[in-house]
Design a protein around this ligand. Sequence first.
Ligand SMILES: Cc1cc2nc3c(=O)[nH]c(=O)nc-3n(C[C@H](O)[C@H](O)[C@H](O)COP(=O)(O)OP(=O)(O)OC[C@H]3O[C@@H](n4cnc5c(N)ncnc54)[C@H](O)[C@@H]3O)c2cc1C
Length: 478
Amino acid sequence: MAGAALKTNLPDVLKTLLDDPRVTVRRAGVPDPKGKCVVYWMQRAQRGVGNHAVNLAVYVANELGLPLVVYFAGISNFPHANLRHYVFLNQGLSDIEEDLAKRNITFVMRRAPHESHEKLLADVHAACVIGDENPMREPERWRKRLAAKITIPFWTVDADVVVPSKLIEKAQYGAYTIRPRLYRMLPEFLVPYQNPHALYAWKRPRGFYADSVHEDMTHGWKDLDRSVKPVEAWTGGTHAGLKRLKLFTGKMLRDYEAQRNRPETDGTSCLSPYLHYGHVGSQTIALAVEAAVAKDPSLKSARDSYFNELIAWRELAVNFVRHTSNYDTADHAEAWAKKTIAEHAKDEREWLYTLKQLERAETYDELWNAAQIQMVRHGWMHNYLRMYWAKKILEWTPDAATAVKYCVHLNDKYFLDGRDPNGYAGIAWAIVGKFDRAWNERPIFGKIRYMSGASTGRKFNSKRYIQQMHALPSGDPQ
Ligand SMILES: Cc1cc2nc3c(=O)[nH]c(=O)nc-3n(C[C@H](O)[C@H](O)[C@H](O)COP(=O)(O)OP(=O)(O)OC[C@H]3O[C@@H](n4cnc5c(N)ncnc54)[C@H](O)[C@@H]3O)c2cc1C
């Protein structure tokens, strides 16, 4: 439906708000005049500040003269999520409640089995619903399903990228194609958030049901996979994420270029879990980096290097998942990659490992085992080793399809930042050469870029890294 048709009969102020390229009208119409509040269904952008979706919801609520309720549905069966992921998410909920309260907004959490959206919308008499965006398959399906079920307007806001993803209409070939397009639009979109306050407070109806954000949201969920333990070294939530951001921009950014490929040092921002849960938005991070550069212009080249990851590569991953329905398989490979993989399908593999052997870090390769230990025990791995880790799995499994399958399984099971577009894009890059070019041909890999253990290990103090990983508190798979 044309944009104009979707917005007929809306007050002019709302029409203007919906003209924002971050906004998608998923269900057209006018807000229910009998509605008692506006609801923002928070899913991906799990934060109370620095959130375009909260902001739009506040503007709409203020315009309609209604209070705003922010709703989080604690579902028990999020695809591939286990106890480790839920604990990190749970830690973020009290920050959301606190930050929203400062803006005169009520946060409501209902967890399974009480998490029905339709019930919540009926209980609060919502006039309209605002949502956020998530390019992944299942979350996108939830949005479509909700739009089909409800009768009030439903608008979603692309809150977790700097440049609204629909402005990059087509699937991109690589960082080199998306980067100039994104950077051209930064002056328009990399601007401070306003964090407006809601004018009208919501009064909780008598007998209204909500779960406490301070309690274990997984309590009583019998089918939840609890085998992957939480990682004590990480604390989820906006406040912990912003603290890390402050440390990064204040003390670490200066050395980012020099340190970012040294897995034995704490040299990168480690913000990926916070970005994944939306505890901190990429725009907030980018603005903090810009503020550091404004104070000290010698940080410019560190900023450029960091933005290449945070904006170019991260938003390329979002673009990839948005436009590639089979993003978590090997089937989307480019023609050259498919050809070279097929030509080398029968190459002899000296080592073949089962998924269990890989999971338990039982390979001949000490460096790879250490990286796998970091994944399992720490819930995170350094980027340089993620590349090596995935490429070795291609070498050690019968074919590329199996390699992608094993990588996705382990990536999503153990990483706090797993189940994210970045993971699928990273695995696609490593296994089927997505966003890469053809390299010199060699066994098994064909023209897919190869990384040798010897040269990877020489580029940093791998001995120290291996020792560090073995010293991590245990939590190994049974
Ligand atoms: C095989 C493989 C699997 C990966 N799996 C994941 C995953 O599950 N989740 C995840 O968030 N990232 C994944 N990455 C990308 C990258 O390794 C991590 O984002 C990064 O290591 C996170 O650490 P950091 O926050 O300290 O990064 P920094 O170097 O501080 O970078 C800042 C931010 O930029 C983004 N970024 C950095 N490198 C990349 C990249 N190569 N591609 C896309 N975005 C990037 C991340 O959001 C990161 O938090 C994967 C990469 C590969 C090669």
